[in-house]
Design a protein around this ligand. Sequence first.
Ligand code: NI
Length: 170
Amino acid sequence: MALLDILEFPDPRLRTVAVEVAPEDFTPAFQTLLDNMFETMYAAPGIGLAASQVDVHKRFMVIDVSEGHDDRHVFINPRIISREGTQVCQEGCLSVPGISADVTRAEKIRVAALDRHGRPFELDADGLFAVCIQHEMDHLDGKLFVDYLSPLKRDMVKRKLAKSRRAVAA
Ligand code: NI
């Protein structure tokens, strides 16, 4: 097991649009990467981590919104096939540390994806789980939750992060 480095806003690599995972990508190394992503996410601590955040620009992500860290979900090449309603949730992101903001998303979604062994599945999600899936899928398209904020607020976030990084460096 190894902890991975998480890219932080405004790193331009977070803006990369990820490509589909191909059948030949399901290697033992890929399984190890998924396990390392779970470990990295739990250690952070966070409830979701997209491959983009660990500088792997392919369409997959890991999620566990349970308190006991015992409800692991892997989504590979995820697609939202239906959405219903709206909800507003205060979101944070491991790539934008220390910042949170309200984002409006679909309340309920149905997702089609492949599991870690390449088997297709569909599932219904609502509440926090649905928020997290939509948040991580944004990462795969190079989008961050701060993009939903006004430009003024986003600049504030950028300045605040730059300041905290200077503090750590000192
Ligand atoms: Ni995030």
